[in-house]
Ligand binder design. Structure first.
Ligand code: K7E
Ligand code: CUA
Length: 760
């Protein structure tokens, strides 16, 4: 074959058809045909990840209005997963099986189901200020909620509702050891639930605040009882960040509209945007959260809606709350990796302001304040807190840091640019255009104490002309930029079609250690043994009154049970355990027209529940193409009318003959030869050194172990000349063989490709 190719190419060359579409193209040919420059090729070679190779970093992007999280690899920008968080997601069964529904419903507010979220800021758990790859958090701005995702299985485990806010934006941001997850309110409102006050009482009755959600790392859950909030003025608290290193124990929260303007175009008043940017400055809130937590522990908080709230008055008296003026309408506040400085970007100012934590502390210690705000909070003079201000361009929003000391990157929304600058010396170093109107930007682990450099992603709000048009609603555009050299280089445009991501975090892929299977019988949403877990051979259907409970299992290629019989009006609960141990052998489950769906990954137990409120015949089946006999992974739910009795049953005629049976037995013998040769190969090499192969071998052995029982059955039936039973049980033996062979061949290929060595 190879020879043939070489020969035919030589012939073509000889005939002068070097550039023929039928010969292999050279790099030059492709560049010419696709109109690519050297620069394009360089960019492509920096992002291309060949098949079988993996990305260096994994990004967790907010999914914006989709209420989900988008996971993608860097530098390839290949999407790896959507994590269902605040929105039902059918593939993962999220919101369609009982176990995930229990999580989604934790997000109900005032008894109402809320099935969407406006996710803004994901945060990865940290240990000593560094990403540890264990947990992920994300906020919902629209309905003030926070979700916890476990990175062992990339599943949402918990949703907590903020007890005192009506919206929240400045979260999620974690403290350096993930003691707390910070969440700041956005639009001020009365803190008491369902309480009305007119806008005329805005200054007195409306409040902002910051919530510190206590994270219990051992449980992998937020502990709402140990969480608390700090009452703040109605200043539209915005983004936040936690101090680290020297500033550990403190947190910082921006605000806009500290004018406390309440709009009212309909009453002839100037609109919000005019009233909210009238003053030259807004306030940065500087909060000693460690001390605040101590005060709460001492019982100095007030209970509002059953939640601990440290009131402003107490915070002022105890000296844990300060304000620093910041140029008007600021947006991001980003603490430097060393924890010494914080960069504040003012949307309506061309500068970024770099504040010095040391100077802020000196002013606090000396009691040097320029004034008090309307609520009595001490205000530190801007000049007493500033390290430097740097003119960057129009519409600075967010800042991230490089692995190189003092190097920062700031997004310029209005200019549609990323600017690289030195925050120690206050110097602009480079600028690059992005397409278009960038919001956040993100460098690898760039908001941690240990940024990794290499790449930057620009999260552009508008894509305009970058992609093939798909109607008036355009995708977002995430652009990958190489920051490893002095000059930034734009590498790749990635359309994001699932909502408007606001922020993304990226972690070194090597730090993530997700599992590939659950311990058999696990409820993945509670991480505990599922009460409906069922072992092979112990499947049963229990009927009590009008309640039917099915304890079923899933394994290639059958669902046990294969029929469920019910009467109209029965309440049906189906627990299903996926008995597989093989990697990636997920089964899905649905019942026609009952709006249920579950995804059962290896080892997982899931439950679907519904009322059989209509007579009929409803197929159920596996929804994942899991094996060659996937389509046969099926069954029937039979819903009979009340009091239905079977009529006269006609005995079925025999279908198979002795000849059929013998042919099947021969097929089994032939297949065994193939299996023996595969087993022979696997055991001739050091397969035990490959954990993935060991699992596959276990799985194949499972299938083979089932043969004994089926073989005894077909032999017993043959002895009785029941050729139907004999042939079908022999077929079943073959099914087990096929599945074992399938896994065995996969193992063999894996060993061959991964350099397995012969053993004696
Ligand atoms: Cu700038 Cu919600 Cu962080 Cu949007 S936020 S961009
Ligand atoms: Cu299991 Cu398809």
């Amino acid at each position: 074959m190879k020879q043939f190719v070489v020969k035919s190419t030589a012939l073509l060359l000889a005939a002068g058809f070097a550039a023929s579409a039928y010969s292999a193209e050279s790099l030059q040919d492709v560049m010419k045909r696709r109109n690519l420059s050297q620069q394009d090729l360089l960019a492509a070679s920096k992002t291309y990840v060949p098949t079988g190779k993996r990305d260096e970093f994994v990004a967790f992007s907010s999914g914006g209005q989709s209420g989900q999280i988008i996971v993608y690899g860097i530098p390839s920008m290949r999407i790896l997963k959507y994590i269902a968080v605040f929105t039902p997601e059918p593939w993962q069964g999220y919101g369609f099986d009982e176990n995930s529904k229990a999580v989604l419903r934790q997000g109900n507010i005032d008894g109402k189901e809320i099935n969407w979220g406006d996710t803004h800021h994901p945060a990865i758990s940290e240990t000593q200020g560094k990403y540890d790859g264990q947990f992920l958090f994300i906020n919902d701005k629209a309905n003030p909620r926070l979700a916890v995702i476990d990175l062992r299985d990339f599943e949402t485990k918990q949703i907590v509702v903020n007890p005192i806010f009506k919206s929240e934006h400045g979260g999620a941001f974690v403290t350096p050891n993930t003691e707390y997850i910070i969440e700041a309110a956005q639009y001020a409102s009365p803190l008491e639930n369902k309480k009305f006050y007119p806008l005329e009482e805005f200054n007195e009755k409306y409040r902002g605040g910051v919530t510190y959600w206590k994270f219990d790392r051992k449980e992998g859950r937020i502990d709402p009882k140990a969480s608390f909030s700090l009452e703040l003025p109605p200043y539209s608290q915005d983004l936040s960040d936690a101090g680290k290193g020297p500033s550990d124990g403190w947190s910082f929260t921006n605000s806009f509209c500290s004018e406390r303007y309440v709009g009212g175009i309909e009453k002839g008043r100037p609109p919000y945007e005019a009233g909210c940017s009238a003053k030259d400055t807004d306030y940065l809130h500087v909060i000693n959260w460690k001390k605040a937590a101590e005060l709460v522990a001492q019982g100095k908080a007030k209970k509002i809606n059953g939640h601990n709230v440290l009131m402003m008055e107490t915070a002022i008296k105890e000296g844990i709350l300060f304000l620093v003026p910041e140029p008007k309408s600021p947006h991001g506040v980003d603490v430097t990796p060393d924890g010494k400085f914080l960069t504040v970007a003012g949307k309506l100012d061309t500068h970024v302001s770099v504040y010095s934590f040391e100077k802020i502390q000196a002013a606090i210690k000396a009691g040097k304040f320029e004034s008090k705000d309307a609520y009595g909070i001490p205000v530190i003079g801007m000049k007493d807190a500033l390290h430097t201000q740097v003119q960057l361009g129009l519409g600075p929003l967010h800042t991230q840091y490089d692995s190189k000391p003092c190097i920062a990157y700031t997004s310029l929304y209005v200019d549609s640019q990323v600017v690289k600058w030195n925050h120690c010396e206050g110097k602009v170093l480079d600028k690059i255009s992005v397409h278009y109107n960038i919001g956040h930007l993100m460098t690898m682990e760039g908001d941690s104490a240990d940024p990794k450099g290499h790449y930057l992603v620009a999260l552009n709000k508008l894509a305009i002309d970058r992609f093939v048009p798909v109607g008036p609603l355009h995708p977002q555009n995430h652009q990958l930029i190489d920051i490893s050299n002095d000059k930034m280089q734009l590498l790749y445009d990635m359309p994001v079609p699932l909502g408007e991501p606001h922020y993304v975090v990226a972690i070194e892929a090597a730090k993530l250690k997700p599992g590939v299977r659950y311990k058999v019988g696990t409820d993945s949403r509670t991480d505990k043994p599922h009460p409906g877990a069922t072992k092979a051979g112990e499947e049963e259907t229990v009927k009590k009154g009008n309640k039917i409970t099915v304890y079923g299992t899933l394994i290639r290629s059958h669902i046990t049970p294969e029929t469920i019989e019910a009467e109209v009006g029965d309440e049906i609960t189906i627990h299903l355990t996926n008995l597989e141990r093989a990697q990636d052998e997920t089964h899905g489950f649905t019942v026609s027209t009952f709006n249920v769906h579950a995804s059962a990954e290896p080892g997982k137990t899931v439950t679907v529940k519904f009322k059989a409120d209509k007579e009929g015949v409803y197929p159920y089946y596996c929804t994942e193409f899991c094996s060659a006999l996937h389509l046969e992974m099926q069954g029937y739910l039979l819903v009979k009318p009340k009091g239905w009795k079977p009529g006269k049953v006609v005995a079925a005629k025999a279908v198979y003959t002795e000849t059929d049976y013998k042919a099947t037995v021969k097929k089994v013998v032939d297949t065994q030869v193939v299996i023996d040769s595969v087993v022979g190969y696997i055991t001739s090499v050091n397969f035990k050194d490959f954990p993935d192969v060991v699992n596959m071998v276990d799985d194949a052995t499972d299938q083979l172990n089932k043969i004994k029982d089926a073989k005894a059955k077909h032999e017993a039936a043959a002895a009785k000349k029941d050729w139907d039973q004999a042939n079908l049980w022999a077929e079943q033996v073959w099914q087990y063989q096929v599945k074992a062979a399938d896994i065995g061949l996969r193992a063999k290929t894996y060993l061959e490709q991964n350099g397995a060595k012969k053993v004696k």
